[in-house]
Design a protein around this ligand. Sequence first.
Ligand code: AMP
Length: 416
Amino acid sequence: MAQSVKGTRDLFGNEIDWFQRIEDTARRTFKRHGYGEIRTPILEEIEVFKRSVGESSDIVHKEMYDFLDKGQRHVAMRPENTAGVVRAMIQHKLLASNDPQLMYYIGPMFRYERMQAGRYRQFWQIGAESFQVATPEAEAESLVMLYDFLQELGLKQLTFSINSVGTPACRPAFYAAFRAFFEAREAAFCEDCHRRVQDNPLRVLDCKVPTCQAALEGHPQLVEHLDDASRAHHARLKEILTVLGLPFEENPRLVRGLDYYTRTAFEVLSADLGAQSALLGGGRYDGLVKQLGGPDVPAFGWSIGLDRLAMLMQRLHGDAPREAPALLIPLGEAATLKALELARAWWALGVSLQLETRGTNLKKALTSANRQGVRRALILGDGELEQGLIAVKDLATGDQESWTWAEVPARLQSRP
Ligand code: AMP
């Protein structure tokens, strides 16, 4: 029998319930802040990712689903969505004015990763991107939106872990100091780090190998090499976060897995996930739009993994609240036709109702309703049909009463 492809999975039941809840909360929160949705294609030309995420990043280097299509175009299934959003903003000339552009997206991403709990090859992300925004105040606006979104989901012990990765102009001095530090203890670092220190020393800070993390003890820090404007920017963001009461801590090793960040980089830690695991991350990417062929505009954004967030919600809150709607059970052909007519009118009024259409007998219909967690059965037999009534059975208590058809919508809506 065919199985889903390794690293992919079907979403249904409790998991999709949480996905939907999270997505609804996200859309509601982002709309309040004036963000509009953008949906970009899953397939992009591979250059979009090579030129943005960076060839030295693990995502492009090792994890990309890329292939030649039938027209010999080298395409990739998006491993993240910032690059695609930026490509779209440029293509549709949405950055021609100086007006801020606030966008969010929800959708699947693809990375050929080693399988672990909570790591998939197709996973979902929710993200927000703001363009034409240069100030720490704009970053705070986005972070407040994120914090409120997570709080609305019931996550309480949240901390922003923040760093400044400076601008390309302040990196050479840092790289020189860092390479000197690395060379003095290079035997302690893994093979990948030996490649990384040449390509992009920031990646060494990001290495997950414990011995590399230990060897980094006392490493030169980016924040020591910031230009004055970046230093002031970083200080102002910390000041704003303090005033707003958003908990944060500084993490000099936080560089994120992508090459395009400038100045602010951040992650959100949740005590519910354990001390080391980030719930999500993001940051400022002022050079990216220009790098992809667009105007030189500042930008800030973040993305959160929906799969892990849904898993966390399930662990913290159990099943997402859900109740199967009432079930309308007609008995006999004439009743079934009338039931379709009645249900149609009630659905139009916003009533939630399932219809038993198999023509089974009452006992079988009630057994299957019980199995599906239905609380109330509306039974339409010949007697009810003649009198314009319906028998309403509470499946939990066994109590039964009789309603007129006219009172069904109001009574079902007031007590679902
Ligand atoms: P990144 O784009 O690497 O910064 O990842 C952003 C978020 O996406 C992470 O915090 C994760 O929650 C989620 N994520 C990244 N890769 C995966 C994956 N393979 N499976 C599930 N979630 C992922």
